[in-house]
Structures are given as C-alpha cells and as structure tokens.
Design a protein around this ligand. Structure first.
Ligand SMILES: Cc1cc2nc3c(=O)[nH]c(=O)nc-3n(C[C@H](O)[C@H](O)[C@H](O)COP(=O)(O)O)c2cc1C
Length: 218
C-alpha cells in the first residue's frame, strides 16, 4: 500500500498549464501519486439532499462517488483549478462539493494535508481587476479549512487570457488582453505565459509538493 498523494485537476484543456503544474508538485512529493483530470469524468454538483448522512456516501450515481472514495483513501490531496470569471472553475467546485459526504459525523478528511494550485490570467495586484488567483486558491483553502484539513499552501500559476487562441490577437472590442493590461496592450509586449518559462513558479510548485510530502508524516 504505502503513502499515496492524490492530485485532481479541474482544467479541461489537454496538457494544460494547470495539469503540468499539478504534475510538478506531485512528482516533488517523493511519494506514489495519482493524477485525475475531472473532465475525463462525469460529476454533478451536490444536490443538498443529505442522503449521505448515514453512509458517508453520495446517492448521485456518477463518478463523484468513486472520486470521493479516492480522496478519502489518499494520504494527501492537491487540488488544481483555473479561474473563468475569476472564481474557481465549476468542475473543481463540483468535485469539492461532492466531498461533502466525507464530512458527516466523523470528519473523514480532518487532519489530512492538502494544497491548492490555481492558474489565472490576471496578475496579482492588477488595478481594477478581481484578484483571480487569490480567489481561486481561497475557494480551495476554504474547503480544506472547513473540513479541518491541514492546508499546507497554495501556488498561483500565471496562465493566459483565452484571446491567445482566438485569432484576433487580443485586438477586438471585448479583448481580455486589453481589459487586464490596458487599451494599447499586445501579446508581443505582454508575452504568452508558459509554466516552464517561469523558474520561480516551478520552484514554488516543487516546494509545495515537498511540503505535502513531509506533511503526510504528521
Ligand atoms: C473561458 C475562459 C475564461 C477565463 N476567464 C478568466 C478570468 O476571468 N480571470 C482570470 O484570471 N483568468 C481567466 N482565464 C484564464 C484561465 O484562468 C487560465 O489561466 C488559462 O485558461 C490557462 O489555464 P490552462 O492552460 O491550465 O488551461 C480564462 C480562461 C478561459 C478559457
């Protein structure tokens, strides 16, 4: 058996910054790991029916039951999400809601080490814009705090506005590039973020993984 760390990514993009960031942190834990991509699974939000009270098991028949079981069996949990409209993405949120059955009467996640990784396009401290990374990490941290988990930390990874892939080069009237960086911004000037080009972020992710790896020993 041994120690196992579960990493769950809410990013639907293939091999996304979010996925790669999570994989870096998982590798740095020094333990056996499992990587789950939520978009490969079917998961609905919590129905608030409280059908899980007696059994600690959700009554919704989808992958949420199996995913909660994996979270319960893992020695630590790293949740990685992204921030459409600057709050945590819905898959990640649904996954957390579906961990609610583990709460009842026994607090089955209590004491377990946990960490957050959130990719966002808005750099921290951007005037007039929501603190996307902070809000995303805060959502994951709130889940972990409310379950009495040992929240080890969070890393905000700089992603890109979707305009990167649109073909208009960020120059249309609803450009996210201009919304965040101002009316004269261009991708040439702002650049396109790739996780591997940021040694500080890689180092922060490795540190997060190491901290999780250590925290499992309690
Ligand atoms: C549809 C869409 C909407 C987004 N909206 C925001 C946003 O409001 N705020 C933000 O910080 N990032 C936003 N982003 C950027 C993402 O949070 C993330 O940084 C980007 O998708 C890169 O993540 P990935 O490569 O892991 O998928 C948006 C991305 C997409 C695709």
């Amino acid at each position: 058996m041994g120690i196992k760390i579960l990493g769950v990514s809410g990013s639907p993009i293939k091999n996304s910054n979010t996925d790669r960031a999570l994989q870096i942190a998982l590798a740095a834990t020094g333990h056996k790991t499992e990587f789950i991509k939520l978009s490969n699974h079917t998961i609905a939000p919590c129905d608030a029916c409280l059908g899980c009270i007696e059994s600690n098991r959700c009554v919704i028949k989808d992958d949420g039951v199996m995913l909660a079981e994996k979270a319960y069996k893992a020695n630590a949990l790293i949740i990685a999400g992204w921030t459409p409209y600057s709050s945590i993405d819905s898959r990640t949120k649904m996954f957390m809601e579906r961990l609610y059955p583990l709460r009842h009467r026994h607090g089955l996640m209590a004491g377990k080490p946990g960490a957050a990784i959130v990719t966002s396009a808005i750099p921290p401290g951007t005037e007039g814009m929501p603190p996307a990374g902070e809000l995303g990490i805060g959502a994951i941290q709130s889940y972990m705090m409310e379950e009495g988990m040992n929240f080890v930390g969070g890393v905000n990874v700089m992603g890109n506005v979707p305009c990167v892939n649109c073909g208009e080069d960020g120059q249309c009237s609803v450009s996210g590039l201009k919304m965040i960086f101002g009316p004269n911004a261009t991708f040439e000037e702002i650049g396109i973020n790739r996780l591997e080009d940021s040694p500080e972020t890689i180092a922060a992710l490795e540190k997060l993984g190491q901290d999780i790896g250590t925290a499992v020993y309690g």
